[in-house]
Design a protein around this ligand. Structure first.
Ligand code: SAH
Ligand code: SF4
Ligand code: F3S
Length: 436
């Protein structure tokens, strides 16, 4: 009988990408994805270790996989919790049949065979890039697809587990990326988001992320290119220039600063000051004035004073974000910040988070409002809930609702008519209206 599988990905977009590759891999082994809601023979939990809550979720998910009759699927713990905990994960939960890290999942079929033979294997080797050569060719992905171009991190921010769970910074070779991009575009992908924990540090010889983007922009059928996540110290001049010169490169930049106080940035080991960050954004905005800026923030880092936190609010006011992700500092085992003096009470973190989130929400509303009246193109990626309604993405990554008979994957010219809390409404601009 054909075996079924389910892959549940948590955490960042790199995990989403890895989840798709694992699905392709198991598909090539003759397994099929379980129907939504149906029990699967094998469940892969593709986990995230970034904050305590995310890591705990991995184990609560394991518990939820027990079926009413007391049986359970074969459970594979994958992703960053698997990497961080290794064999310890098997001790924490007897239900986990195998543990496989983010650089070893190409061996999943072999590991599943070992489980069938009665073993509980753990594979957390970190050989960079081996997996890509061992994975099957890309199948049809979505209209908008992810492409991991760079993995790992050498920055060692003092709060962060990623350098330990994903290993050292490595760039995939240009040739491999062009082949994978061509496969995706041939399968119908219209928008590529290039992924990396430090995507703007991608390099291959003299090639940089900017030259990679310029090459991808020549692919017939590829309408849009995005990339995430960037580190401020790797925001090179040629990448900034690409935002001015390459029409396929969307006016959106996710550039985390984490905090506004130089004292805290130093304790975080960010390698940049608040002013360095602001000057980088000045250069970006000079190249592409309409660019949407997004960011990540951590509140309540050890030793963060009221004054330090005010500096975070202040840098947010200066930048004017289109969107931002805000997090309460979470002490992670093995990271330097976890043992620093001045760990803050939960209540202080909660209060700061609320104030920061209110400010970010206000900015994001203001950004959406500033686009009302503009004419732009959207890439249709979903069917709306109302009859005749379709949903697409603006260049600035806002969802736009529009009444249109366009199909998924088509580009539609719209006029933005209203700002909703987390999206925009638009109307189709027809040629006749344009001529009028
Ligand atoms: N490589 C990316 C993303 C890293 S993880 C970057 O450097 O920007 C995504 C975000 O999670 C980080 O930007 C940071 O804001 C947050 N984060 C990482 N570790 C954290 C921790 N220990 N507690 C709270 N937030 C954390
Ligand atoms: Fe983590 Fe810092 Fe590396 Fe980003 S740059 S992945 S926050 S260590
Ligand atoms: Fe989480 Fe690993 Fe991504 S820790 S954020 S899944 S790199």
């Amino acid at each position: 009988m054909t075996k079924t599988f389910q892959i549940k990905s948590f955490g960042c977009q790199m995990n989403v990408y890895d989840g798709e590759r694992m699905a392709e891999l198991l598909g090539a082994e003759g397994m099929v994805a379980a129907a939504p809601g149906a029990d699967a023979d094998v469940v892969v939990l593709n986990t995230c270790h970034i904050r305590e809550k995310a890591a705990e979720k991995a184990y609560s998910e394991v518990g939820r996989l027990r079926r009413d009759d007391g049986s359970r699927p074969v459970i594979a713990l994958a992703g960053c919790v698997a990497q961080a905990e290794g064999a310890e994960a098997k001790r924490r939960s007897k239900a986990i049949d195998l543990v496989v890290g983010p650089q070893a999942y190409h061996r999943l079929p072999q590991l599943l065979r070992e489980v069938e033979a009665g073993a509980r294997p753990v594979d957390t080797d970190l050989p960079p890039l081996d997996k890509f050569a061992a994975l099957p060719a890309r199948r049809r992905a979505g209209i908008s697809a992810f492409l991991s171009v760079q993995e790992g991190c050498d920055k060692f921010c003092t709060y962060c587990v990623v350098p330990y769970t994903r290993g050292a910074e490595v760039s995939r070779p240009l040739g491999d990326l062009l082949i994978e991009a061509e496969q995706l575009v041939a399968g119908g992908t219209r928008e590529l988001t290039l992924l990396g924990q430090n995507v703007n540090a991608w390099e291959d010889g003299s090639e940089t992320l900017a030259t990679l983007i310029r090459r991808l922009a020549t692919l017939q059928g590829l309408e849009r290119i995005r990339y995430t996540t960037s580190h401020p110290i790797n925001m090179a001049d040629d990448l900034i220039a690409a935002h001015r010169d390459v029409p396929e490169l969307m006016p959106y930049l996710h550039l985390p600063v984490q905090a506004g106080s130089d004292r805290i940035l130093k304790a975080m080991n960010r390698h940049h000051s608040a002013d360095d960050y602001l000057r980088t954004l000045d250069r970006v905005r000079a190249a592409r004035p309409d660019i949407a800026i997004s960011g990540d923030f951590i509140v309540g880092f050890p030793g963060e004073s009221d004054e330090d936190f005010e500096a975070t609010l202040s840098i947010v006011r200066t930048v004017g974000y289109a969107s931002a992700f805000t997090f309460k500092y979470s002490a992670r085992p093995g990271t330097p910040a976890a043992t620093m003096d001045g760990q803050l009470p939960e209540a202080v973190k909660d209060e700061r988070l609320q104030r920061l989130q209110a400010l970010v929400a206000e900015q994001s509303r203001a950004f959406n409002l500033s686009k009302v009246g503009a004419e732009t193109r959207i890439l249709i990626d979903r069917v709306g809930r109302k009859p005749g309604q379709m949903i697409g993405k603006s260049p600035w990554l806002q969802s736009v609702f529009v009444d249109s008979d366009a199909r998924i994957g088509e580009m539609v010219d719209v006029r933005l008519t209203a700002a909703l809390p987390n999206s925009l409404a638009g109307e189709v601009v027809t040629d006749s209206q344009e001529a009028a």
